[in-house]
Design a protein around this ligand. Structure first.
Ligand SMILES: *Cc1c(COP(=O)(O)O)cnc(C)c1O
Length: 238
């Protein structure tokens, strides 16, 4: 059996335990396979275990793998920083963009989607750790931002996404997730339909589940270590 199959089974077990420990239904929590740098062959192994959701960070990688995995049904989310000159390709290949983080991007997405007579699911990315290296709207402006982009009828706002603080101190990381939950509640009160919370990665998904995550994005613990540090993937999209 492939190590990927075993790792997925282990992660699912940990998701279940984290959910039960916080009195949540494990079925409310989706596993997104973070597949940057992972080969199409290895993604196929993961999808054949019954998983149905992947996330890519780079437009070019997304396109190459979608082309190879054409015959398999699965959902593709874009989770990397999106440059406006890549919009056309992303809306062709992705089902959802989790990294909407600025007005200009939302506006250009709307225009292009109108032109193609399509719509797309989106998440608003919030920088809950206040780290400069990370993208996302600031927690203080998130509500205003959501209200502004609500006018764009081709963008279906589904939820919020964040990357927690990189720290071994769980309580500091937890604060990021709790903040995203607070922002979600404020938005829901104002009829912004952010029902999903995409938070938690290999190092912190259990904490994220305890704080209300509905989508955990897991890469390393399933597919192994990547060649480059994450900062490489979080900069401009290639
Ligand atoms: C790479 C990546 C992940 C997964 O990270 P791991 O630590 O490998 O689990 C999750 N979210 C985003 C946005 C990523 O770029």
């Amino acid at each position: 059996m492939s190590f990927i199959v075993e790792n997925i089974a282990k992660i699912k077990g940990r998701i279940k335990i984290a959910a039960e420990n916080s009195d949540r239904n494990p079925n409310e929590i989706k596993l997104l396979l973070a597949t940057k740098t992972v080969s199409a062959q290895n993604i196929k192994i993961a999808l054949e275990t019954g998983e149905t959701l992947i996330g890519e960070n780079k437009v070019q990688e997304l396109i190459e793998k979608v082309e190879i995995l054409k015959t398999i049904p699965y959902q593709k989310h874009f989770i990397g920083h999106l440059q406006t000159n890549k919009i056309k390709e992303v809306i062709k290949y992705a089902d959802c963009i989790q990294s909407v983080d600025r007005f200009e991007l939302a506006e250009k997405l709307q225009k292009r989607l109108e032109f193609e007579n399509k719509s797309i699911d989106i998440f608003i990315q919030v920088n809950t750790s206040y780290e400069e290296s990370k993208f996302g709207v600031s927690p203080e402006t998130a509500l205003d931002f959501a209200q502004q982009i609500k006018q764009f009828d081709r963008l279906n706002i589904k939820g919020l996404m964040t990357i927690g603080l990189f720290s071994a101190e769980t309580e500091q990381v937890r604060k990021c997730f709790r903040l995203l939950k607070t922002i979600q509640n404020e938005m829901l009160q104002r009829d912004i339909s952010v029902n999903e919370l995409s938070m938690g990665m290999s190092g912190d998904f259990e904490t994220a589940i305890e704080e209300g995550s509905t989508i955990v994005r897991v890469g390393t613990t399933i597919f192994g270590k990547r060649l480059y540090p994450d900062s490489y993937y979080w900069t401009e999209s290639k």
